[in-house]
Design a protein around this ligand. Structure first.
Ligand code: FAD
Ligand code: NAI
Length: 462
């Protein structure tokens, strides 16, 4: 008889959520995690510490901007980076311990160590073998590096090293204008670094609605971030006193060099499957090294499932969590499901950027007739009172049926506001449904309603 109904390998947001949902459904569950704490990349070196640093640096920046205008005088804030890192670590510790508590509460065994699939129904953890009717691979991802760039996590860092710098660098070069580059670049720009972002493409944040991208870059530039676009980094030379970043402009192949004290490599992440024994167990992989699954997240080997960053799809904690829940429900004989059309994406800069569903570019390419409802935060009373009138809400709806197809928000609390559109989309709502929903005044969410109104006869406050 198997020791467990389910063994989940990996204790990140995919794995720990899957384990908790399995336990809720009455399945005897264990979770293997080799890191000293639960919570995976997200809680330890990803979402949570980066948001703590974004919060702290935003508070610091805010204290130097509008305080006196609001009649708060004499605040001369100073950065104490070691203390900021202590605060950040506190946020990590309470969250990772919280997962440990949830495991105990749900009677999930944490098998401490590195797991290996020893064939169907068998997982070894540091040499000891356990049996399971189902195995869920949730081993996540790791930072991808670049040829010619050697990471030392002190001066040439990934996001992990960037969350542990000993001092605020005078000059920071960020390679990649994606989510990590812009979030961590914002942190250090606010703390006083001169930040230059070098991006391969001709625009920042690939895949995002182009209008949002343009506004976003303009706002970040105003905040002091420099951008070099259309540039392929050739290498980073490590000298005693500084780093030299060589890049080639794609338009004319000309080469240039940037000096830096710290280089942050933020050019994407890759699935992590080292030492898992998947090839020996006969599990098929994709060309990009992800574990291959069907639409129900089953691998080709019966009883082995895979979820989160290690499979195809956006590398987001909430996507991993949803997949974890869906797999648990499927194992328990229910109809677990993930709606990949309604997965929000948020960048936690200031202002925040949030997006769900189709972009205008995607709709154009698909030849779909659509209408656009836009509303600027300058028309939102609360945003203006808070000095947060930059940005806008854009809702895209089907031209004939008015069904909401996507929403793109750049502005205050965009990452929270987006969810009313997510719920609306899950219910197949029309823009008019949002427009006719009473929104409390004065709230930022009124901007969402106004954009929905703009899909019809027009916004009121525009
Ligand atoms: P992971 O969180 O990577 O967890 C996998 C776990 O498996 C790890 O703890 C690892 O130690 C363990 N493991 C691996 N192999 C084995 C093995 N053989 N045996 C035992 N254990 C093993 N996403 C968001 O949605 N919002 C954000 O704000 C956000 N911010 C981020 C900021 C940064 C700096 C980074 C790097 C990422 C961020 N992400 C964010 C992405 C998010 O962290 C990932 O999408 C998410 O953690 C994926 O979850 P997962 O469970 O698939 O994998
Ligand atoms: P990313 O995929 O978001 O961005 C990487 C960027 O690097 C792209 O713009 C790409 O064009 C560029 N690039 C690639 N090679 C380059 C080169 N040689 N020179 C210059 N630019 C180059 O990856 P990122 O920012 O590393 O993040 C990894 C993952 O972590 C993302 O998939 C993201 O979903 C997740 N994440 C999510 C966050 C959130 O939800 N708020 C926060 C941080 C990370």
């Amino acid at each position: 008889m198997a020791d467990y109904d389910v063994i989940v390998i990996g204790g990140g947001p995919g794995g720990y959520v899957c384990a908790i949902r399995c336990a809720q459904l009455g399945l005897k569950t264990a979770c293997v995690e080799g890191r000293g704490t639960l919570g995976g990349t997200c809680l330890n070196v990803g979402c949570i510490p980066s948001k703590a640093m974004l919060h702290a640096s935003e508070m610091y920046h805010e204290s130097g901007t509008h305080f006196e205008e609001m009649g708060i005088m004499g605040v001369k804030a100073k950065v104490d980076l070691p203390q900021m890192l202590k605060y950040k670590q506190g946020a990590v510790d309470t969250n990772t311990k919280g997962i440990e508590f949830l495991f105990k509460k749900n009677k999930i065994d944490w098998l401490k160590g590195w797991g290996k699939v020893e064939g169907k129904g068998k997982v070894s953890v540091d040499g000891e073998t356990h049996g399971a009717k189902h195995i869920v691979i949730a081993t996540g991802s790791e930072a991808a590096s670049l040829p010619g760039v050697e990471i030392d996590e002190e001066r040439v860092v990934t996001s992990t090293g960037a969350l542990e710098l000993k001092s605020v660098p005078k000059k920071m070069v960020v390679i990649g204008a994606g989510v990590i580059g812009l979030e961590m670049g914002s942190v250090y720009a606010r703390l006083g670094s001169e930040v230059t972002v070098v991006e391969f493409l001709d625009h920042i944040t690939p895949g995002m609605d182009a209008e949002v991208t343009k506004t976003f870059q303009r706002i970040l530039k105003k905040q002091g971030l420099n951008f070099i676009l259309g540039a392929a980094v050739q290498g980073v030379e490590v000298l005693k006193s500084k780093l030299k970043v060589t890049y080639k402009l794609r338009k004319d192949d000309s080469e240039a060099v940037l000096d830096a004290d710290v280089v942050l490599v933020a050019t994407g992440r890759k699935p992590f499957t080292d030492g898992l024994g998947l090839a020996e167990a006969g599990v098929d992989m994709t060309e990009r090294g992800q574990v291959k699954t069907d639409a129900h997240l089953k691998t080709n080997v019966d009883g082995i499932w895979a979820i989160g960053d290690v499979v195809v799809g956006p590398m987001l904690a909430h996507k991993a969590e949803d997949e974890g829940m869906a797999v648990a429900e499927r194992i328990a004989g229910q109809a677990g499901h993930v709606n990949y059309d309604v997965i929000p994406g948020v960048i936690y800069t200031s202002p925040e950027v949030a997006t769900v569903g189709k972009t205008e570019e995607e709709l154009k390419e698909a030849g779909r007739a659509y209408k656009v409802g836009k509303f600027p935060f300058m028309g939102n009373a609360r945003a203006k009172a808070h000095f947060q009138g930059e940005g806008f809400v854009k809702i895209l709806a089907d031209a004939a049926t008015d069904r909401i197809l996507g929403a793109h928000v750049i502005g205050p609390f965009a990452g929270d506001l987006i969810h009313e559109v997510c719920v609306a989309m899950e219910f197949g709502a029309a823009a008019e449904d949002l427009a006719r929903t009473c929104h409390a005044h004065p709230t930022f969410s009124e901007a969402m309603r106004e954009a929905a109104l703009a899909c019809g006869d027009g916004a009121i406050h525009a």
